[in-house]
Design a protein around this ligand. Structure first.
Ligand SMILES: O=C(O)CCC(=O)C(=O)O
Ligand SMILES: [Fe+2]
Length: 318
């Protein structure tokens, strides 16, 4: 498919850098069109090796197929790391919890790291199951590769917002990147109320998603309100704008509701990465040039914690 080609209304952006810097500006222009349009796009030549993806998917699948009694040994802790059982997440406005379960990792900071000692929320080490020893190296490799892709993407996003390419770099020293392998059970065809993930917008800055070949991701079209499929395209990742970037950019870019309904008849897997800045990163639309900010300044961490408190049962019972 040629550069800028459109798949089901969602553009496919080629990140290949053929040198000379011109590609960065082409990519930025395509990102601007996508983020002021549907809010979702595909990227190809994203730099995450297929072998890294395959290993992360295989290891996390092995984990999800373990008995609950084993998985619960790494149940999600207060820094959001570990296994989140099905039923633990309710999207805003949804009547039922999501059908998905997921395994979440973040930046691996040891217990004696200054930020952990200082009690910064969502900071700490990852949790790993002894039963699947390959999960750690596989997910760590994926986390690093997808984080590098996120950093590269944000250079183009910065230009697309009329900012210097390196604008976001200082805010990503110790990113609140969350990478979660997600497992969706098949849904019966007559289930009209259940969702793998109910309609929602993502909480963070920018999301990078790998999905298997099951299909089931749907994106709300801004103009018509219709749900359009974002089908799997081999060799691509799906990228979308989250609420934090909407807020930071003073709505120049806006998050788009999306949902997952797994009607494939078999399990579905994906790996979502919320590529978010440092906990303390100031989110102030004025810093991105807004003359009349629609939002009060906040921090990335406070914004994310606010959304977590609404969505996740494990935080309510804590
Ligand atoms: O699994 C997917 O395709 C999408 C997941 C998603 O929207 C999310 O985790 O926020
Ligand atoms: Fe999402």
């Amino acid at each position: 498919m040629p550069d800028g080609a459109v798949q089901q209304g969602l553009p496919v952006i080629d990140l290949a850098d053929r040198g000379g810097g011109a590609d960065l500006h082409r990519v930025a222009a395509e990102i601007r069109a996508a983020c002021t349009g549907p809010g979702f796009f595909y990227i190809r030549n994203h730099g995450v090796p297929e072998a890294v993806i395959a290993a992360a998917v295989a290891a996390s699948r092995r984990f999800f197929l373990l008995p609950e009694a084993v998985k619960v040994e790494t149940r999600a802790n207060l820094v959001h790391r570990g296994w989140h059982r099905a039923g633990g997440a309710v999207m805003e406005g949804a009547t039922k919890p999501d059908l998905k379960e997921f395994f979440s990792i973040g930046l691996d900071l040891p217990e004696d790291h200054p930020l952990v000692l200082a009690g910064e929320k969502l900071r700490g080490p990852n949790q790993w199951p002894a039963a699947v020893p390959e999960l750690r190296p596989a997910m760590e490799a994926y986390f690093a590769a997808i984080g590098a892709c996120g950093a590269r993407l944000l250079r183009a996003v910065a230009i697309s917002l009329d900012l210097p390419a390196g604008f976001f770099d200082p805010f990503y020293g110790l990113p609140l990147q969350r990478t979660q392998a997600i497992f969706y059970p098949p849904q019966p065809a007559d289930d009209t109320e259940g969702f793998g993930v109910a309609p929602h917008t993502d909480f963070g800055c920018i999301t990078l998603l790998w999905q298997d070949d099951s299909g089931g991701l749907e994106v709300r079209e801004r103009q018509s309100g219709a749900w359009i499929p974002a089908p799997p395209l081999p060799g691509t990742l799906v990228v979308n704008v989250g609420d934090l970037l909407g807020r930071w950019s003073n709505n120049r870019f806006a998050s788009t509701p999306h949902r997952v309904v797994n009607r494939s008849g078999h399990e579905r897997m994906s790996i979502a990465t919320f590529y978010d800045p440092d906990f303390a990163a100031p989110i102030d639309p004025r810093a991105l040039g807004a003359a009349q900010p629609a939002y009060e300044p906040t921090t990335c961490g406070d914004h994310i914690l606010g959304r977590f408190a609404q969505a996740f049962a494990y935080r309510k019972s804590a």
